[in-house]
Design a protein around this ligand. Structure first.
Ligand code: NA7
Length: 547
């Protein structure tokens, strides 16, 4: 067994702390990765930009932030004890409860002792001769390791809008992913919010309740459906706990690892009245059923998707009193479910309030600039006390791009992936030895914590295999990277979502070089993905090259 894989304390080499593994990020991924690395007897250091654990749930503290996936499918499943100890309070957990849960996990497994906070990783460079990664923090501190684990999240690189004068606003301006820890008081305030994605759709109804006036600047509307959240009673939680094995096994048997299974029927084969009744039922149910439990072809057949879109549009028209506002809120450029569907709690009703105004910046009033007082459109200047840029993220690859990651021969990851990521199973990137990516591009996602657990299990399986065989280096095989990249691209081709601009297709007009669609995830069936990774593991990881 190589010495670096049994040490209990970091070794000092040339005055630099050297670990078996360095993990970037202390969110759901980094926390579980650390737990597993310890099980393998490896020394590890987690570097985290924030001041504590939680990742997405640490940063996104904006009003209304919560899961729109069922809480009881979204926790860790690696510890039965933890599952039995933790009581979810709501079916769709609000951010403060989720952060409390992650703190509970960190305390229970004493994770913080191997974590360093306030530590932004600026660079990670591979030394091919030494077989080590050197990580440099923003502070200049360096550390070395044999393995580099990226646990950087798929929606962590937030982006501000590229609008002239953006920084000139004299009041407080917030991005929801950098929301302050102390409560923002909206009482009596005039608030402007730019963006109408999943984040804004959660935040708008909450802010509207508190502020004097809320003006929403919408570029393109998004489809959304009701969340139908509810509290979980003690008895209900006991029943959930008794069924955890069944719940998680069921999730693993669905294409996206959620509790929702697509209906095997094709939309247009079902008589219209029956179809509408089915949609009524899904619309009235909690969670992603309307998206993931719908007819199996809504994501691939345009006619089917249009029929469903018409049904949802009817709902919006019923819920929004002013027909002109309702029409503005109905997307016309993409069908329902072709972008990630936000689930909402009173979003459409918020526009029935006297203190909420919708500004259509695409057709009616393009934004010209941000001014010291607010937002200036082609028609008028709006004055605000608080401005919110709910303008999203540079999805999936954005967090990688922000770190100067260099592999063999000084190759920059950002350059290597300029056109398309190149990975095997999304776990390892070509030419980046010993860099294991939790939720890297081209991997299966769906239910994020379940995808994380699967990814970490697979990767720590590789590490265990290496320990058993005295290997110190793992790499991809180029021909299999070609094959996997083709598989991923082909799996996305038939999807309507591939034809629509969104963070999922890698488009973000606020980021240079992000105007062209790319395939960023494996959009095939998650069950097949599990089968594939299980086969690779059982077959002795022959698809990877070891030394
Ligand atoms: P999204 O879903 O990417 O939404 C960002 C929103 O911001 C979207 O409505 C954009 O309009 C809008 N936007 C972005 N830049 C601008 C500029 N420059 N001017 C006007 N409007 C702009 O991000 P979210 O944070 O809401 O959600 C991200 C994910 O988090 C979500 O999918 C869930 O998985 C959780 P556009 O549509 O581009 O016209």
């Amino acid at each position: 067994m190589p010495d670096t894989m049994v040490a209990e304390k970091p070794v000092l080499r040339d005055g630099v702390a050297t670990y078996d593994a360095i993990v970037i990020g202390a969110g759901i991924s980094g926390m579980f990765m650390l737990y597993r690395l310890r099980e393998l007897g490896m020394t590890a250091r987690v570097f985290e930009m924030g001041t504590d654990v939680g990742g997405t749930w640490y940063w996104n503290r904006y009003p209304g932030a919560r899961f729109d996936s069922e809480s009881w499918t979204y926790g860790y499943s690696f510890s039965k004890e933890l599952m039995q100890e933790w009581d979810w309070k709501e079916h769709f957990s609000p951010q403060p409860d989720t952060l409390e849960y992650l703190n509970y996990v960190a305390d229970k497994f004493d994770l913080r002792r191997d974590m360093q906070f306030n530590s932004t990783v600026n660079a990670a460079h591979w030394d091919d001769e030494a077989g080590t990664w050197t990580v440099t923090l923003a502070s200049g501190q360096q550390a070395k390791s044999r393995f580099l684990m990226t646990a950087v999240g798929i929606l962590s690189a937030h982006t501000l809008p590229s609008i002239p004068g953006r920084d000139s606003f004299k009041g407080p301006a917030y991005h929801p992913a950098r929301w302050p820890k102390q409560k923002v008081d909206f009482t009596g305030k005039r608030v402007g919010i730019i963006g109408t994605g999943a984040t804004a759709i959660q935040a708008i109804p909450e802010i509207a309740k508190e502020c004097a006036q809320l003006t929403v600047f919408q570029r393109r509307p998004n489809w959304a459906a009701p969340l139908h959240n509810a509290k979980i009673s003690k008895e209900e939680m006991e029943q959930i706990k008794a069924r955890y094995d069944e719940i998680y096994a069921y999730c693993a048997s669905t294409p996206m690892w959620f509790i929702h299974q697509p209906d095997p029927r094709k939309t247009l084969e079902v008589p219209q009245a029956e179809r509408e009744a089915f949609w009524e039922k899904l619309y009235a149910e909690p969670g992603f059923g309307i998206w993931l439990g719908n007819f199996r072809d809504i994501g691939t057949n345009e006619e089917a998707a249009n029929a469903l879109s018409e049904f949802i549009a009817k709902k919006i028209r019923q819920r929004v009193k002013d027909p002109k506002v309702a029409e503005k809120l109905i997307p016309k450029d993409h069908p329902f479910a072709s972008r990630r569907v936000p689930l909402e709690s009173g979003y459409f009703e918020a526009y029935n309030r006297d203190n909420v105004t919708l500004v259509d910046t695409l057709k009616d009033e393009p934004i010209e600039c941000i001014t010291p007082n607010g937002v200036k459109t082609t028609k008028q200047e709006y004055e605000f006390d608080i401005l919110i840029y709910a303008t999203g993220f540079d999805g999936v690859t954005g967090a990688f791009d922000r770190i100067d990651i260099r592999g063999k021969n000084g190759l920059r990851l950002k350059d290597a992936w300029a056109e398309s990521p190149r990975t095997y199973l999304g776990m390892l990137a070509e030419d980046f030895p010993n860099m294991l990516m939790v939720l890297g591009p081209h991997t299966a996602r769906g239910n994020i914590p379940q995808a994380i657990e699967h990814s970490v299990q697979f990767q720590t399986g590789i590490l265990r295999f290496m320990q058993e065989h005295n290997y110190t280096r793992v790499e991809t095989r180029p021909e299999l990277v070609d094959e996997w990249t083709r598989t991923v691209i082909e799996a996305g081709e038939k999807l309507l979502s591939s034809k629509v601009d969104s963070w999922q297709t890698g488009v973000n007009r606020n980021v240079e070089g992000r105007q062209v669609r790319r395939v960023l995830g494996y959009n095939g069936n998650g069950v097949q993905f599990r089968k594939k990774t299980d086969e690779v593991a059982k077959g002795g990881y022959k698809e990877f090259a070891f030394r």
